[in-house]
Design a protein around this ligand. Structure first.
Ligand code: NAP
Length: 301
């Protein structure tokens, strides 16, 4: 392998020796490694991995995510094609595009940016993407394989969270982990990955009784709710590892903020992730990694 470029120090310990995991800087490190890997793959197989992203409509947040995916692809040398479609597209037309991409030998990964307009059924679209090209890891066959501990594409955000814990040197084994939120894309798969690493996992949701008390038991607390600064300092025990997945607009300042009250929790935690610059960049980086993995599996078949 070529030598890697100099990179900034990954995680900073503040005055109280609390580690703030920079997903942004860890992403830079991983993307530099992926770039070297893509160059080698291109030499070996004659072409770079190819990711196709489909965006329906003009939702500004979705447009920004899709731009981020194109930029990251460019950074690591993955070929990126973005297909833009008007909201007037029918479900059948979208399914037709996916069917063609599924059998296109020059395409390794397919991602349909969610959410989709109301007249398109998201599960139908996700199910239509071939398991082998499902770089998001949302296809039921990939989800089932994850739960059955079989080879699969793991959803990007949970995968990135585990990488961040590893980077911070958190020993997951035997720890009490609490996940707040049970979404298919983050809460459930991250709980499974923590379980696979031998944490004792509790999953909380909107009907959980005495949520603060459950959270205080957590040595590792993963929060994926979607409510600005919902988790307060009194819900976090001293020395806890806190991973904040939420991406919200602060109702007062309009700035991005997480699901955790970072300023109040930081002095109590041993490890914490910021928003922005925490889990978000790792999600896109893991999408790059998933695309490369799909490419390799296809080429080695
Ligand atoms: P989601 O599908 O929006 O679901 C929210 C979850 O939070 C649900 O399980 C819900 O419980 C739970 N919840 C809501 N209010 C609660 C409360 N008062 N107490 C306890 N639990 C509560 O979740 P998501 O898709 O995981 O998204 C969560 C946040 O993460 C959003 O801000 C999203 O933008 C962000 N996100 C970030 C990334 C990234 O890369 N950084 C990736 C994905 C998502 P019920 O099941 O009972 O309704």
């Amino acid at each position: 392998m070529d030598s890697l470029p100099d990179l900034p120090k990954l995680n900073k310990l503040n005055e109280q020796h609390i580690m703030i995991i920079s997903g942004k800087e860890l992403s830079l490190k991983i993307k530099a490694q992926l770039k070297v890997q893509v160059t080698e793959l291109e030499k070996k197989y004659g072409r770079a991995p190819h990711l196709v992203v489909i965006l329906v409509g003009e939702d500004p947040a979705s447009q920004s995510y899709v731009r981020g995916k194109a930029k990251a692809s460019e950074e690591v040398g993955i070929k990126n094609t973005t297909i833009l479609k008007d909201t007037s597209i029918t479900q059948e037309e979208l399914l037709d595009i996916i069917a063609k991409l599924n059998v296109d030998n020059t395409v390794d990964g397919i991602l349909v940016q969610l959410p989709l307009p109301d007249h398109i059924d998201e599960p139908t679209i996700i199910n239509a993407i071939s398991k082998e090209k499902d770089v998001d890891g949302f296809h039921p066959l990939n989800v089932a394989a994850l739960w059955m501990k079989q080879p699969c594409t793991v959803a990007c955000t949970p995968k990135g969270i585990i990488k961040m814990l590893d980077e911070a040197g958190v020993d997951i084994k035997g720890k009490r982990a609490v996940v707040i939120g049970r979404s298919q894309i983050v809460g459930l798969p991250v709980a499974k990955l923590l379980l696979d690493r031998n944490a004792t996992v509790t999953i909380c949701h909107s009907r959980t009784k005495d949520l603060p008390a459950v959270c205080r038991e957590a040595e590792i607390l993963v929060v994926t709710i979607g409510r600005p600064r919902f988790v307060t300092a009194d819900m976090v025990s001293d020395g806890a590892v806190v991973i904040d997945v939420g991406v919200n607009r602060d109702p007062e300042t309009g700035k991005l903020c997480g699901d955790c009250d970072f300023a109040a929790i930081e002095p109590k935690a041993s490890v914490i992730t910021p928003v922005p610059g925490g889990v978000g960049p790792m999600t896109i980086t893991c999408l790059m990694e998933n695309t490369i993995e799909c490419f390799i599996r296809k080429m080695e078949k």
